[in-house]
Design a protein around this ligand. Structure first.
Ligand SMILES: NC(=O)c1ccc[n+]([C@@H]2O[C@H](COP(=O)([O-])OP(=O)(O)OC[C@H]3O[C@@H](n4cnc5c(N)ncnc54)[C@H](OP(=O)(O)O)[C@@H]3O)[C@@H](O)[C@H]2O)c1
Length: 261
């Protein structure tokens, strides 16, 4: 077998359909693009439709097709709409990349309860709700894949104050990932999580713009640099591919060594 055919058989996504949430910017846009480049049809989900349309345009020359889907993951109606749209447009779903998330910065002793609950709702509850809505499609796929985007703060406490709610929600997302892996293994679905370190995106913009904080965060990274969103592609395709059916319940840090200390 030729090298390209071999790699395609292992990691190619032609004929597969993925839902990618938070695809309007940062890591989600990079992952939606990587999946389309590998041949997958992608339902790109977020609230900012114009950004999703721009992504669909940018990826037009790729083998896979990107279709925008405007949805707010804080709304149960919108979550149901995502499942309807992926069925209507592509006829099913093989891969869920549950990436949308946000990080409220407030110290635990002064935080409003509504801010704490909102962080938990978006970063954990909504991820479960969407996986539940897509479960019948992932099961019918026969090789369903869930990739939850957690964080190094899903594995340990943050090195800066103010991220307690975010950290709690990402630890819970790791728990959800392992529970999905165990409960849905018999349905041919795997569930794994990526745990990124620091990557420059809208989410980290203000922290990385602060020179002192940025230097401190780099000092916690053995490679002494932040990641580039494109550096998630290889891990993503490995976990999304049909060729990794025996890998489930795993959390894979992509962090320049942050969690290796
Ligand atoms: N960047 C990092 O260093 C880093 C590190 C560890 C983990 N992560 C995780 O990676 C994921 C992506 O973050 P990012 O860094 O790429 O940040 P980002 O650029 O701010 O992207 C966040 C995405 O989530 C979407 N989103 C937020 N709230 C939403 C809602 N209610 N409904 C639907 N979509 C919503 C946003 O789209 P709209 O605003 O258009 O809705 C956006 O596309 C997050 O889960 C984050 O916790 C990031």
């Amino acid at each position: 077998m030729k090298t390209t055919a071999y790699l395609n058989r292992l990691f190619g996504c032609a004929g597969r359909t993925a839902v990618v949430t938070g695809a309007s910017s940062g890591l989600g846009a990079a992952m939606a693009s990587a999946l389309a480049q590998a041949g997958a049809n992608v339902l790109a989900v977020a609230r900012r439709r114009d950004r999703l349309e721009a992504l669909a345009e940018e990826t037009k020359s790729m083998e896979g097709r990107v279709e925008p889907c405007k949805a707010d993951l804080q709304s149960t109606e919108d979550i149901a709409h995502i499942a309807e749209e992926v069925t209507r447009i592509f006829g099913g779903c093989d891969v869920l990349v549950s990436n949308a998330g946000s990080g409220i910065r407030a110290p635990l002793n002064r935080m409003e309860e509504s801010d704490f609950s909102n962080a938990l709702h978006l970063n954990t509850t909504a991820q479960w709700q969407l996986s539940k809505a897509l479960f019948p499609l992932l099961k019918s796929s026969g090789s369903g894949r869930i990739i939850n985007v957690a964080s190094v703060y899903g594995l340990g406490a943050p090195v800066m104050h103010g991220l307690g709610a975010y950290t709690t929600s990402k630890h819970a997302l790791v728990g959800l990932t392992k529970s999905q892996a165990v409960e849905w293994a018999r349905h041919g679905i795997t569930a794994n999580a990526l745990a990124p370190g620091y990557f420059p995106t809208e989410l980290t913009e203000s922290a990385l713009a602060d020179k002192e904080l940025s230097a401190r965060l780099r000092s916690f990274t053995p490679q002494d640099r932040f990641g580039d969103p494109s550096e998630l592609a290889t891990a993503l395709l490995f976990l999304a591919s049909k060729a990794s059916p025996y890998v489930t319940g795993v959390v894979l840090p992509i962090d320049g060594g942050w969690t290796a200390w």
